[in-house]
Design a protein around this ligand. Structure first.
Ligand code: SF4
Length: 346
């Protein structure tokens, strides 16, 4: 039997307590609205998203008065990390530090976007974006373009490695956090700094690799996966915030750029395209085997000289995206980096 008060309480949800329930003959359920920014994306469980680990860590916190773990976001200037920060602002989630590593080779529109988004964050009482960069042993600023020209080499992505993003994006951010007092305090107390990573729910491959990551300093969390936001939802939330789409952010000479992006670069920023070709020229004498230039087995200079029909014959770069550093210290990447160095070390 179901008493009337239970019916009042549960009837609308159609919850059956015991025996045949005396629900109204026709139950009208309120229509469920589709939650904004929840897409039919590959599902990740909470443990995979790093959330269980975070809870366990918090439960094990030895003293109640231990300050909460500082939260760092690595901002890449692209769609995912922009949506990630907007989502955190919308939910009132704490963010203590936002870092953007400038390789010195971003496109002007990316720099402009970073400035604009930084103001947007500050206007909502969130930290503005801290820009960090690589320096030489003497402490002078070093850009990836300078380094490539100085060594007569292409960015390492052209040779199939990610050393350029590790050296010019990951290392300056890690160095900054290593000297950041809230992180130092946290590490002294045996805790970890929380790092929010902008892997989205459409990237199950990248997300599954994260399961094995145990970093002694950082605890990685993946809010976009937790919120089930794929690319579409990320773009939607940026629109909703009244901001323009950031577009792709990468170095203007990134070997992972696709032919249409190279053409757009030459059209919108001919000066930058000329600098990319100069970088290719400087590296040409050292290229071996099938390597021809920034397109790996083809040169950007040949591509840009070709007519429209010929341009269709140039291969797309192997990888979909440059997968440049997005805040995650990938141990497998470290191993690849080390393997790449070994012949030199010997
Ligand atoms: S954008 Fe491309 S060239 Fe620049 S650091 Fe990343 S992988 Fe290297």
């Amino acid at each position: 039997m179901t008493c009337s008060s239970c019916l009042a309480q549960f009837g609308r949800m159609g919850k059956r307590l015991d025996g045949p329930a005396r629900f109204p003959a026709k139950l009208t359920l309120p229509k469920r609205k589709r939650a904004p920014c929840r897409a039919p994306a590959p599902r990740m469980n909470r443990a995979a998203a790093g959330l269980e680990e975070r809870r366990v860590l918090e439960d094990n916190t030895p003293h109640l008065d231990t300050p909460p773990a500082p939260v760092v976001v690595s901002y890449g200037g692209g769609t995912n990390s922009t949506a990630l920060l907007i989502g955190m602002v919308e939910r009132g989630e704490p963010v203590d530090l936002i870092l953007f590593a400038d390789t010195g080779g971003e496109r002007p529109d990316t720099y402009e976007y970073v400035r604009r988004f930084s103001k947007w964050l500050a206007a909502r009482d969130y930290p503005s974006i801290t820009v960090v960069w690589s320096v030489t042993k003497n402490g002078d600023r070093l850009t990836l373009e300078q380094r490539s020209l100085g060594r007569g080499m292409l960015p390492s992505k052209a040779y199939g490695y990610s050393k350029c993003s590790l050296r010019f994006k990951r290392d300056p951010q890690n160095k900054f956090v290593n000297n950041w007092p809230p992180a130092q305090g946290r590490w002294r107390n045996g805790g970890k700094v929380v790092k929010a990573i902008g892997f989205d729910a459409d990237e199950p491959g990248r997300a599954s690799r994260m399961r094995s990551v145990v970093d002694p300093k950082y605890l990685y969390v993946y809010p976009l996966i937790e919120w089930q936001w794929g690319r579409e939802e990320c773009e939607e939330v940026i629109r909703r915030a009244g901001l323009p789409q950031p577009g792709k952010s990468s170095c203007f000479f990134c070997p992972s750029m696709k032919p249409p992006e190279i053409l757009a670069l030459a059209r919108c920023y001919p000066d930058l395209a000329a600098r990319a070709l100069a970088l290719e020229d400087a590296a040409r004498p050292g290229l071996k085997g099938t390597m021809r230039g920034l397109g790996r087995d083809w040169a950007w200079s040949d591509f840009l000289k070709a007519d429209r029909l010929q341009q269709k014959m140039f291969k797309q770069p192997m990888s979909e995206a440059c997968a440049c550093f997005d805040g995650w210290n990938d141990p497998a990447e470290d191993r690849r980096r080390l393997a790449a160095l070994l012949p030199v070390v010997r």
